[in-house]
Design a protein around this ligand. Structure first.
Ligand SMILES: Nc1ncnc2c1ncn2[C@@H]1O[C@H](COP(=O)(O)OP(=O)(O)O)[C@@H](O)[C@H]1O
Ligand SMILES: Cc1ncc(COP(=O)(O)OP(=O)(O)O)c(N)n1
Length: 274
């Protein structure tokens, strides 16, 4: 019997089921890989926001990683909410200790409702210790600005910042344009390890139900890498998947609702040379 591809998310939970570990596992299931999770923090969260959170003792993060490494064969891994510098460092040590395959770093900082999911003084630890380990780093616009101490005002700024993130050590970079001000399009910039670059363009859906977009995208990249796809193809599939989950709306909760993880890949995404 062939070994079934096993993948890992190292992140925080979302009691509301829309983001974090919950979104990651739903995405992995839909992309036909076996999802596992190392929980770094537990949030009390719903579609209205993050009410509270607590980080796990670092020793328990170590133990979760050891449990997986001594039994499963993890083929690809992602990181999400890591809470503070101590936990970022702890995760980095585990990523160096064990072979969890290609790493997608979603440098989660602030939830859409405004709650800080990463302490401000941990941004430097993410930049200096975690980003250099990344096969792919997937910041949104504010995260890319914080990691590179720049301001992005247009597409040229996204390109410049992509190169700056590569200089920090990330092999491949995807800067997500969901927070951009184009009312018609949600365009992401991709810079690959070989220096080639492209844009992924999708129509912007006019909806408040975008909770967990970044998690879903990075979990899908992780799943695709685990099943042997190239970084470029993994990123394209992930964009098509997240676009579909936004377009095929479901009604859950009273605020920023979750995505529809049952959605099909959207055919509305186009690829353009950068
Ligand atoms: N309203 C929307 N319509 C279509 N695509 C969107 C929309 N909002 C975000 N996206 C896409 O979802 C993905 C996640 O982006 P973004 O929301 O910027 O990340 P994050 O959730 O980390 O803040 C990107 O591919 C982005 O272009
Ligand atoms: C536990 C947890 N992790 C990550 C996030 C942020 O998720 P994201 O995909 O960036 O979506 P929004 O928070 O922006 O809706 C989270 N909220 N909780």
């Amino acid at each position: 019997m062939n070994e079934f591809p096993q993948v890992l998310t190292i992140a925080g939970t979302d009691s509301g089921g829309g983001a974090g570990v919950m979104a990651d596992l739903k995405t992995m299931q839909m992309r036909h890989v076996f999802g596992t999770a190392v929980v770094v923090a537990v949030t009390a969260q719903n579609t209205l926001g993050v009410q509270d959170f607590m980080a796990m003792p670092p020793k328990l993060v170590d133990e979760q990683c050891a449990s997986l490494a001594t039994d499963l064969k993890i083929r690809a891994c992602k990181t999400g909410m890591l809470a503070d510098a101590e936990h970022v460092h702890c995760v980095v040590e585990n990523l160096k200790r064990y072979d969890f395959g290609p790493l997608t770093v979603d440098p989660v900082m602030i939830a859409k409702g405004g709650a800080a999911l990463l302490a401000e003084d941990a941004i430097a630890t993410v930049r200096d210790e975690l980003v250099p380990l990344a096969t792919v780093v997937t910041p949104n616009l504010p995260e890319a600005e914080k990691l590179t101490a720049t301001t992005i005002t247009d597409q040229a700024g996204m390109v410049r910042t992509g190169h700056a993130l590569q200089r920090l050590g990330a092999k491949n970079v995807m800067i997500k344009g969901g927070h951009g001000d184009d009312p018609a399009m949600a365009n992401d910039f991709v810079l690959l390890a070989d220096g080639s670059a492209f844009w992924l363009a999708a129509p912007r859906t006019d909806t408040v139900r975008t909770h967990g977009t970044g998690d879903t995208l990075s979990a899908c990249i992780t799943a695709e890498l685990a099943t042997g796809h190239s970084v470029a193809d993994a990123i394209k599939t992930a964009k098509a998947y997240v676009t579909g989950t936004i377009q095929e709306t479901i009604q859950v909760g009273h605020g920023h609702g979750p995505l529809n993880h049952w959605a099909a890949l959207s055919e509305a995404v186009t690829v353009h040379d950068a």
